[in-house]
Design a protein around this ligand. Structure first.
Ligand code: FO1
Length: 319
């Protein structure tokens, strides 16, 4: 897919990010959409390359995501995982039978020499994602989030799923980030974008790795498009996951203001929930415009409504 100017670019991580990306997918109309996805949660299990955030975005846009969890495939079964567990394999990371096919095929294609970006494009086509939309891994290079806890350094999925993000987070680092570069496809999309949206994903471990890549901040500062973020923190809490605890233990304000402060160097606008209307002024004082609206996406209709509001808000902003 050739990137046309006037396109929408989103950056996303887990389930919340995928929901807004889905709304943008539905509302972009004739505009191209590029979703740049975090890959620092990727890991190997059962000898397979697993890319949880890529798959969450892929399944959500393809309309096959499990609506209860937000990750995995709707109606999937777990016979393979049970059989693996019987043989002594790990079962703390729940992989469905159909989901296994994704990881088997991805691992095979990577071993054949395909890049993660190429494999993701193949999967998008195979699952029927519109060809005006590109799901782009943030990099084709290996990057892994490591979480320092009182019990030592944990790989991300051990911290997040195996230990249910119960540990106090002392620090977060992205192993491999120095040698990794923003995927050329992502860079091109940022340069040609008319709107850049940071989805309501964890600012530390979902958007953080994308921003930490060599090339991202330069691409953002040279982009002509307004850059808007939707806060994943509402009323001082994350709707899902450990973003609130992480922000607190890393010394950030646990609020939409804290998120806006992290992004303040490049943001033109911040979208916050009605519950945080009182933060509009302090966020505005950081030098950005603020949209106060209902940001909770319970239904597909909510996703589309929020996406439309975000696009309209961004469209009225200048850089
Ligand atoms: N999250 C969980 O909390 N428990 C799981 O067992 C789990 C399995 C899983 C399988 C495939 C996949 O693509 C995602 C999965 N996730 C699971 C979600 C995922 O690990 C996290 O949401 C992200 O890494 C955080 O962004």
């Amino acid at each position: 897919m050739e990137i046309k100017s006037g396109s929408v670019v989103a950056m996303a991580g887990g389930v919340g990010g995928a929901k807004l990306a889905h709304g943008l997918y539905a509302q972009a109309n004739d505009r191209d959409l590029t979703v740049i996805v975090n890959t620092a949660d990727d890991f190997e299990l059962h000898g397979l390359h697993i890319s949880p955030d890529l798959d969450t975005v892929l399944y959500t846009l393809a309309g096959v995501a499990n609506p209860e969890t937000g990750w995995g495939i709707a109606g999937d079964t777990f016979a393979t995982m049970s059989a693996l567990a019987r043989l002594g394999g790990a079962d703390w990371f729940r992989l469905g039978d159909q989901d296994f096919a994704t990881h088997i095929r991805r691992t095979q294609r990577l071993r054949e020499g395909a890049t993660l970006g190429e494999v993701t494009a193949e999967f998008s086509r195979a699952l029927g994602v519109l060809d005006t939309t590109a799901i782009v891994p943030m990099t084709d290079d290996p990057v892994a989030t490591l979480v320092e806890t009182d019990d030592g350094l944990l790989d991300f999925q051990s911290y997040f799923v195996r230990r249910q993000h119960a540990d106090r987070v002392l620090s977060v680092r992205f192993s491999g980030i120095e040698a990794a570069t923003l995927a050329p496809r992502a860079k091109q999309a940022l340069t040609a974008a008319s709107v850049i949206v940071l989805c309501p994903s964890n600012p530390i471990v979902s958007i953080g790795p994308i921003l930490a890549l060599s090339g991202t901040t330069d691409a953002l500062s040279s982009a002509n498009a307004p850059i808007v973020a939707v806060s994943p923190i509402i009323g001082g809490q994350a709707l899902k996951g450990p973003a609130d605890h992480m922000l607190a233990s890393l010394g950030h304000h646990v609020s939409a203001l804290g998120v806006a402060t992290i992004y303040r160097h490049f943001l033109s606008g911040m979208v916050i929930d009605d519950a945080d209307a009182h933060l509009a002024r302090p966020i505005g004082r950081l030098g950005m415009s603020v949209l106060v609206t209902d940001t909770i996406m319970r239904s597909e209709l909510d996703r589309r409504r929020l996406a439309t509001e975000v696009l309209e808000f961004a469209g009225a902003l200048r850089r």
